[in-house]
Design a protein around this ligand. Structure first.
Ligand code: F6P
Length: 550
């Protein structure tokens, strides 16, 4: 569907119908929905690959789901999806195709951008990554002094950090435990310091990950890392080739930095930063888990790509998750969305999703540049259970806000836990199931009274329930399952952007701060240009200079 010809979202009859339906639904409680349909707990479920999705604890009926699907049809979600998979330039403000799905396409697939099949190039880079990874893993690749690499430090930020850092944690059980992996992103020198202070430079490989190779944080950290390495090794530039590789779309800048382009792993402008960890950006991960496991992860992504592309709307999991978010944002005024993984290995999963979701859909103009007057992307947040239960779950259970949440859990703990620790898994999962149950059904005042609670405490001990959750349950956190999960969320975000008629693939909102930081730096370091700042920032800069003794 041509965005320009689109009726504004909130004037569509399908939107109005949902609004009316919301009014009719009123305060209908999940207790009532479950009582009315004893099969709800199995009927409102979906399977995608290894993922089992239970959305029965969502505030929806068959009618809601039908109306939401009608909205998806009216807003052209399927057409935009097909355009994305086809390689059309759906990132209109940057005039780019959006083809992260090509990164996990099988070798024989054909995906064209400007008439050129990009799949052979994708596989050529994957093959080059695999060969390099094996050389590191086998010890064949040696550093400047002839010693094998034992430490891998990925330097990148945003999509060039969060993906590999998250996936490395997620797949720790599959990693080479005898190699050390560190991820440096923050321009705060403390980050690099903590990452390298205990490493032997002679055994350290730096992977400089930057799509543009102009990002100030990454180039600054990479320069400092190079200085450290050359000082530690008492070596000249010739040592760089053995200790630095680059992941980038920008060969010119990589060369300018002093990295041989033979040591560059390429990707393309049709891969968005936040959609890039299954490209060359995943090199650190591939070294950690090996090319075969990386391939399994890509197959997991691809499975969900195919599901999203071909499954009918009633069975389409990313479509469903996306529409549920639209429903709560528009008709319940939900401001945020919690993602709560019950796996310690997913400790960085929500941070990763924050960029994926909030950088994609944190927009307030539509594709034509008109202000939107409907809610777009939510604040995404969360940490692994059960830690959150002892921190902020109080607010989810009894606060004034409606916070839809995804609970992600696994039937089996990872393989290499000691038997005693394996036994803890049932307790973890009991909490996992208990929380969605408590959130959905709560505890009525009468139930509290029946426990003999003093009347004045009854309101405090009552749980109103009716908090919507989706449960995503998988057998085990394998590379394939991780790929499935990430692709599920990628396409969920896509669906929402399509409905909201926003460009989910640009990120102009990050630019202003970058430009201003460049102007403020000389004020801080040399006291130049303070007169051009507003009075608050000027005074703060002044105070900073004083505190630094300048
Ligand atoms: O500033 C935002 C951003 O452009 C992200 O979209 C991107 O993932 C990150 O910076 C890093 O960019 P690069 O990979 O070009 O260094």
């Amino acid at each position: 569907m041509n965005a320009a010809s689109r009726t504004r979202l909130n004037r569509m009859p399908e939107w109005t119908a949902l609004g009316k339906h919301r009014e009719q639904l009123g305060q209908t409680h999940l207790r009532e929905l479950f009582a009315a349909d004893p099969a709800r707990g199995t009927a409102y479920t979906l399977r995608v690959g290894d993922l089992y999705l239970d959305y029965s604890k969502q505030l929806v009926t068959d009618e809601t789901l039908r109306l939401l699907r009608e909205l998806a049809a009216a807003t052209g979600v399927a057409e935009l999806r097909d355009a994305m998979f086809r390689g059309d330039k759906i990132n209109t403000t940057e005039n780019r195709a959006v083809l992260h799905t090509a990164l996990r396409a099988p070798r024989e697939a054909v995906v064209e951008v400007d008439g050129e099949n990009v799949v052979p190039g994708v596989h050529a880079v994957l093959d080059k990554m695999a060969a390099f990874s094996e050389r590191i893993r086998s010890g064949e690749w040696t550093g400047h002094t002839g010693r094998p690499i034992k430490n891998v430090v990925n330097i990148g930020i945003g999509g060039s950090d969060l993906g590999p850092a998250m996936a490395y944690e997620a797949l720790r059980a599959y990693t080479r435990r005898d190699l050390t992996f560190r991820f440096v992103s923050n321009v705060d020198g403390a980050d690099l310091h903590e990452a390298i202070h205990d490493l032997d430079a002679a055994e350290t490989l730096f992977i400089i990950a930057s799509k543009t190779f102009t990002t100030i944080e990454t180039i600054t950290n990479a320069t400092s890392a190079r200085d450290w390495l050359l000082t530690e090794l008492r070596a000249g530039q010739e040592a760089v080739a053995k200790h630095f590789v680059a992941l980038s779309t920008n060969a010119g800048k990589v060369e300018d930095f002093g990295i041989d382009t033979a040591n560059m792993f390429e990707f393309w402008d049709w891969v968005g930063g936040r959609y890039s960890y299954d490209s060359a950006i995943g090199l650190s991960l591939m070294i950690a888990i090996g090319p075969e496991r990386f391939r399994e992860m890509l197959d997991g992504f691809h499975l969900v790509d195919e599901h999203f592309r071909t499954a009918p709307p009633e069975e389409n999991a990313p479509l469903l998750l996306g529409l549920l978010g639209v429903w709560y944002g528009a008709f319940f005024d939900a401001q945020s969305h919690a993602v709560l993984p019950y796996s310690h290995y997913l400790s960085k999963f929500t941070a990763y999703l924050q960029q994926l979701d909030m950088e994609s859909n944190g927009k307030s103009v539509d594709r034509d540049g008109n202000p939107v007057d409907w809610q777009t992307g939510p604040v995404v947040w969360g940490t692994p259970g059960t830690n959150g239960q002892h921190a902020y779950y109080q607010l989810i259970h009894q606060g004034t806000k409606l916070i839809p949440a995804d609970f992600i859990g696994f039937a089996k703990p990872v393989d290499d836990l000691r038997p005693g620790l394996v036994a803890q898994h049932d307790l973890l999962m009991a909490n996992f199931f208990a929380q969605t149950q408590a959130l959905a059904f709560g505890k009525t005042p009468d139930e509290v009274r029946a426990e003999g609670v003093a009347e004045e405490l009854v309101p405090h001990k009552t749980f109103r329930g009716n908090h919507p959750t989706t449960t995503i349950l998988a057998d085990e956190l394998t590379p394939a399952v991780l790929g499935q999960l990430i692709a599920l969320y990628e396409h969920k975000v896509f669906v929402q952007g399509a409905v909201w008629n926003i460009d989910s693939f640009d990120q102009w909102g990050v630019e202003l701060g970058k430009v201003l930081a460049k102007k403020i730096e000389p004020v801080l370091t040399r006291g130049e240009g303070g007169d051009q700042l507003d009075s608050s920032t000027a005074a703060l800069a002044d105070r900073y200079r004083t505190l630094r003794g300048r």
